[in-house]
Design a protein around this ligand. Structure first.
Ligand code: SDX
Length: 432
């Protein structure tokens, strides 16, 4: 990984110092500056981490210029087409896709952990019925760290794997319970006879009054949505999970921290914000007005579902999401869905606009996901919960990669201090 090429840093009036260059499998080479402060006494300044690689990773690769996304080397297009979400979760954690017997074993392991402790149900009673489900998730997932003391030695691979099973298996149950608590309907227990995603839909939309049979087209669409959201390199919420985990914190607490970060409208909350934006635009005739606002430096309005820190080309997930959207709307006879037509027209107009072209702003994963989730029957406030359900697979895989890295240290960035210079406290009666 370290090649012979060096980067030489020369500061005026000081001796030049060499730093090794690290060579990746794909993507940008990295200058290893870990010795910088020791050798030269300088920090680097990179707020927002635009030019910073925070870790080495073998899990996900993104090429923003090509619009390419690989999970463990496999293109997202192939995984979405040929695998289901549980196979992808297995891949993210273990580095290889499961063979038939491994797949059967893994599905069985997940099935045995789908229920939550009956005492966890009481946590819901502490929330208002209209609490945002992401607030409920932060609380309830965090509360999982108060259970499972028997498997809390995370230096033990078996305890890490058991925590992975529990998180992948229980997130759907916890999310469905948040939805039922909001609607006032009874919680639905998981069903072992259904697939992972069909079971989630049963817990969301089923009732004790009748046997719920989910529409296989909608199950497949939702399962694909899970795959598209499963991991995405060192995004804000994944970096939050890694930083929390670097202190040795409990993985359930780390995932709760990731959920809290994902909730923000600039990150995972964008799908909810995007649907609200489309509802507000209302009609194609008003698209121009909103494009104008998005370009106005004095207007904080941003086109939700557009733009990305890494993708300066189409987000490959957005293309796949648009196809999923088409399939679901066709299945439900909603081909003329007003919001979908509006979204496609907004995309067309924006992609022809010189501002969006110059700034390389393309639709991202959140642009179509709200429309398809709404069509499936998922309430707008739960869109980010769906994102969190899927991203839990990536978060736990990244957390485990971090704590098993021989170079692992607690994350502790420094700063550029621009506050008051040293001064002395004046006695109270002498203060202005
Ligand atoms: C996700 O990191 C990940 O991988 C995240 C994610 C994942 O899977 O984990 O992909 C999921 O979070 C997708 C992004 C969802 N967010 C949105 O759709 C919200 C709208 N998008 C923007 O807020 C923005 O594009 C970000 C936050 C996504 C990216 O922000 P950056 O990289 O910090 O870019 P920027 O804000 O510096 O924008 C660069 C320029 C700016 O103009 P200038 O200051 O250079 O003049 O582009 C403009 C921005 O004003 N710009 C937009 C815009 N996004 C960026 N202008 C209008 N509308 C937008 N959507």
């Amino acid at each position: 990984m370290t090649n012979e090429r060096k980067a030489t840093l020369t500061v005026e009036g000081e001796q030049p110092v060499d730093f090794p260059i690290l060579t990746p499998t794909h993507g940008n080479e990295c200058i290893d500056i870990r010795a910088l402060v020791g050798k030269m006494g300088y920090f680097t300044y990179d707020s927002g981490y635009l030019s910073t690689a925070s870790c080495k990773s073998t899990i996900t690769y993104i090429d923003g210029d090509k619009g390419e996304l690989l999970y463990r080397g496999y293109p997202i297009e192939q995984l979405a087409d040929q695998c289901n979400f549980l196979e992808v979760a297995y891949l993210l954690k273990n580095g290889e896709l499961p063979n038939p017997s491994q797949k059967t074993e893994f599905e069985k392991a997940i099935r045995t952990h789908t229920m939550v402790h009956e005492q966890l149900i009481r946590f819901y009673q502490g929330f208002r019925r209209d609490a945002h489900p992401m607030a409920v998730m932060v609380g309830v997932v965090g509360a999982l760290s108060a259970f499972y003391h028997e498997a809390a030695d995370f230096s033990d691979a078996e305890h890490r794997t058991l925590s992975f099973y529990r998180l992948i298996a229980k997130l759907p149950t916890i999310i469905a319970m948040a939805y039922k608590y909001n609607t006032g309907e009874p919680f639905m227990y998981p069903r072992d006879d259904l697939s992972y995603t069909a079971n989630f839909m049963h817990m969301m939309f089923g009732t004790p009054c009748a046997t719920y049979q989910p529409n296989p087209v909608l199950v497949h669409a939702l399962d694909t949505i899970f795959t598209l959201h499963a991991d995405h390199e060192q995004n804000a919420s994944t970096s939050t999970v890694r930083l929390s985990g670097s202190s040795g914190a409990n993985p359930f607490a780390c995932i709760a921290a990731g959920i809290a970060c994902l909730w923000g409208p600039a990150h995972g909350g964008a799908n909810e914000a995007c649907l609200k934006m489309l509802e507000e635009i209302g009609d194609v005739s008003r698209v121009g007005e909103y494009i104008k606002r998005a370009k106005d430096k004095n207007d904080s309005f941003k086109l939700m579902g557009f733009g990305h820190r890494v993708y300066k080309n189409f987000d490959p997930r957005a293309k796949l999401m648009r196809k999923v959207c088409n399939d679901v709307l066709s299945e439900l006879g909603l081909e003329n869905d007003r919001l979908f037509k509006l979204a496609k027209e907004l995309e067309r107009i924006a992609l022809e606009d010189e501002y969006f072209i110059e700034k390389k702003l393309y639709p991202n994963v959140d642009f179509y996901s709200g429309i398809v989730q709404k069509a499936i029957g998922i309430p707008t406030t739960m869109f980010t919960c769906i994102f969190a359900l899927a991203r839990t697979a990536g978060w736990v895989a990244q957390w485990e990669e971090m704590i098993t890295d021989p170079e692992y240290k607690i994350g502790r960035p420094r700063q550029l201090y621009i506050g008051a210079a040293r001064r002395n406290v004046a006695p109270l009666d002498k203060r202005a």
